[in-house]
Ligand binder design. Structure first.
Ligand code: ZN
Length: 429
């Protein structure tokens, strides 16, 4: 199930997106209180925006805009809204996203073609290992997508390895939708219970929230650890509430495919200009076909690289590489640009490290410093040296690493109000 437009030529895809862009701009100009004002303040005539390149005439929309003027982004009366979703905002309060019936249908279509990208068909059954409520969009999108595709879906929710295994053995799903690190917990449980993990009928896992590949698309250490015990195919997916669109890997595993009927993607530098071909930049999106809260040139904060050679799977749409990091978490360290995920990858190589926290702060010169605190039973200078050497080999620089007491790291990793463990403490703000 590949939509025709995804097999069209790059020029045809561009022309198609320009038509959709025109519709979107007209819609915003009539229905969006925020963008109506925004166009006026910036002396913009939407009729003058014709090509994708013309988008550069429009200033970007930021997360601060969304937070400050949240209600003004909504283009429909309350009676049209079916589902309410929230995401964490930049200034503390959550940002609300509303979806109409048509938006839910768009979300279902998005997830159906994204699942299809990962080889899921009507014959498959998916086990959903993420939450469907708590005002999250993702779980609901997976359910709607499976329903549209005609696949089976088992809504187990997150955690509880025992219940997950009970469900796998009882209903024989073929795909898992999960945070990849949770697969390690499932493997551990299966070993304890002597479950024959490679004879359970699971073909693949669709991995959310954490990267499973390096920038060259080879499997990262987490993915290798999983595959060592469990011979399943791992697909990466990247999505967000603001985009209401997913970028899923196809069977070629060389980046997440763009769906041109749903979103326009630009990769911008610090001056909001397009980066040169293949450079890392900030993903900036314009949603297409969204009714309640469409976004125009919204800066996602995610640093990515684009690949635009046609894919062997038959799709000609561009592909996004693994997210390099969050823009605001970028670290300039001894002349090198680093992002936390690359450091997590290195630390995860060492089985001696039981847990860790990365602290970033400004030194007296105002430049970035990194201090990694680790917990290990094997406290030794040799281990510290080995870790630093590995950092130098992979990232060219070695941050300061020191041992810490387990209680100290626990307290740092699990602050009272956090929903998930904290790996990074950024004290630069
Ligand atoms: Zn492909």
């Amino acid at each position: 199930m590949i939509p025709e437009i995804e097999k069209a030529t790059i020029n045809e895809i561009k022309a198609f997106q320009e038509d959709k862009l025109k519709e979107t701009l007209q819609y915003l100009n009539i229905n969006s209180p925020f963008y109506k004002r925004f166009f006026k303040e910036n002396n913009l005539q939407v009729s003058e925006i014709i090509t994708l390149e013309d988008l550069q005439k429009i200033p970007v929309t930021t997360k601060d805009h969304l937070q400050q003027f949240n209600d003004d982004f909504c283009c429909v009366p309350k009676s049209e809204i079916i589902d309410y979703v929230t995401t964490s905002g930049t200034l503390g309060d959550p940002v609300t996203f509303a979806l109409t019936d048509k938006d839910l249908e768009r979300l279902a279509y998005n997830e159906a073609i994204s699942f299809a990208c990962c080889g899921v068909s009507k014959e498959d059954t998916l086990q959903l290992m993420t939450t469907m409520d708590r005002r999250f969009m993702a779980g609901l999108a997976y359910f709607l997508g499976a329903r549209k595709l005609g696949s089976g879906i088992i809504r187990v929710g997150s955690g509880i390895p025992e219940l997950q295994w009970d469900s796998i053995l009882k209903f024989k799903p073929t795909y898992l939708i999960t945070v990849p690190s949770f697969l390690l917990k499932l493997i551990e449980y299966a070993k304890q219970q002597q479950i024959d993990i490679n004879n359970t009928g699971i073909k693949a896992a669709i991995c959310i929230g954490e990267p499973i590949r390096e920038q060259d698309f080879s499997l990262n250490i987490l993915a290798k650890k999983i595959k060592m015990d469990w011979n399943i195919e791992l697909f990466s997916t990247y999505a967000s509430t603001e985009m209401s669109t997913a970028f899923n890997e196809c069977e070629m595993h060389n980046g997440g495919h763009h769906h041109p009927e749903l979103i326009i993607a630009e990769i911008l530098d610090d001056n909001n200009l397009p980066v040169s071909n293949g450079e890392v930049g900030e993903l900036t999106i314009t949603t297409l076909g969204v009714e309640a809260m469409p976004l125009l040139r919204f800066k996602t904060g995610d640093m990515v690289q684009v690949f635009n050679r046609p894919c062997k799977c038959g799709r000609n749409t561009l592909r996004l590489g693994p997210v390099v990091g969050r823009k605001k978490q970028m670290i300039k360290y001894k002349g090198t640009t680093l992002y936390p995920p690359a450091m997590y990858n290195i630390l995860n190589v060492f089985s001696e490290i039981e847990s860790y926290v990365i602290e970033i702060f400004h030194n007296e010169l105002g430049t970035d410093e990194i201090l990694i605190k680790i917990v290990s039973e094997a406290v030794s200078d040799e281990l510290l040296l080995e870790i630093k050497d590995h950092f130098r080999a992979k990232l060219r620089v070695a941050p300061k690493v020191e041992f810490a007491r387990p209680e100290e790291i626990e307290a740092l990793r699990f602050p009272p109000l956090s929903r998930k463990p904290v790996d990074l403490i950024d004290r630069r703000l």
